[in-house]
Design a protein around this ligand. Structure first.
Ligand SMILES: [Zn+2]
Ligand SMILES: [Zn+2]
Length: 287
């Protein structure tokens, strides 16, 4: 960038980058780099092994996984909620929602084993999601209310779920759930997104480059908004001397304000930074 012998126009394109971090938006923070916001990878592509029914009559064998009937029965018996039954059951058809698929699986199980009708009453806490999915509509509403004051077109959702809960669910999912089932986090985010999509207008849910990232904390059922920086690109002509690029604190008082600077704290009354930046700060209600 300092090589002035090279093409001037090329240089000036890059030049503004130098000032991009001159005091407004510092961008080197990375609050969410270690967050896996949405896990969309299929973690378990292992095919479901068909097991013959007579294997299930003994008590020593492994409980077979969904989508086998015995696997479904086991999921119902341990108190799995409709959402997780649909998510892990491996039976969802294209036109169905996850929950509808779960309801259908439960109905089929109950038809074969009527004593399992009250399974959710006996085991009211879903062992996979701890009834988190029941909160997804509420969480969608909380997000909706939180983003209301902002103008945006791209929103990304993320969820913060305690590590041990994620691990426990994963273990159980791989043991009892159908191969390729959605993980807890991505399943929950999807479910919230479904509710949210019904309410949103002109806002798209995205998986990258959001303007706002809404991070859901499932323990407290609260939402934290990470509002991403705006970058403005522009050019200006400075037609007189004596206007420094950046804000320049008064040498005598170091910005506190003194007689010499007429209490402004500035060595020069004007700077390009203030002339351009201050109106924008106001416009964006930024700090
Ligand atoms: Zn559940
Ligand atoms: Zn001063």
């Amino acid at each position: 960038m300092t090589d002035k012998s090279s093409n001037e126009t090329d240089d000036s394109d890059e030049d503004w980058m130098k000032y991009a971090s001159a005091g407004f938006g510092q961008t080197d923070y990375s609050l969410w780099d270690d967050e896996q916001v949405v896990e969309s990878t299929v973690e378990d592509s292992e095919e479901w092994q068909d097991e013959s029914p007579d294997q299930l009559s003994t008590h020593t064998e492994e409980i077979s996984r969904a989508p086998s009937p015995a696997g479904h029965k086991h999921l119902v018996r341990i108190g799995t909620c409709d959402h997780c039954l649909g998510r892990l059951g491996g039976k969802k058809r294209f036109e169905q929602s996850i929950e509808e698929s779960g309801i259908e699986i439960r109905a089929a199980v109950n038809e074969r084993d009527s004593h399992l009708f009250g399974a959710r009453v006996q085991e009211p806490l879903c062992p996979f999601c701890e009834n988190l999915f029941e909160e997804s509509e509420l969480l969608a509403e909380i997000i909706y209310d939180n983003i209301a004051p902002y103008e945006l077109s791209r929103l990304q959702l993320g969820a913060r779920i305690p590590k041990d809960q994620v691990q426990e669910e994963e273990e159980m999912r791989k043991r009892f759930g159908a191969g390729g089932s959605d993980a807890l986090k991505s399943g929950l985010v999807q479910s919230i997104a479904q509710h949210l999509n019904k309410k949103l207008e002109n806002i798209t849910l995205v998986n990258d480059k959001p303007q706002i990232l809404a991070l859901i904390d499932v323990l407290t059922l609260t939402v934290e908004l990470d509002i991403r920086a705006h970058y403005l690109y522009g050019r200006y002509l400075k037609l007189e001397r004596g206007i420094p690029q950046t804000r320049w604190p008064c040498r005598a008082c170091k910005g506190r304000g003194c007689q010499r600077c007429e209490q402004s704290g500035l060595q020069y009354k004007k700077s390009v930074q203030d002339l351009i930046g201050n109106p924008l700060l106001e416009l964006f209600q930024a700090e």
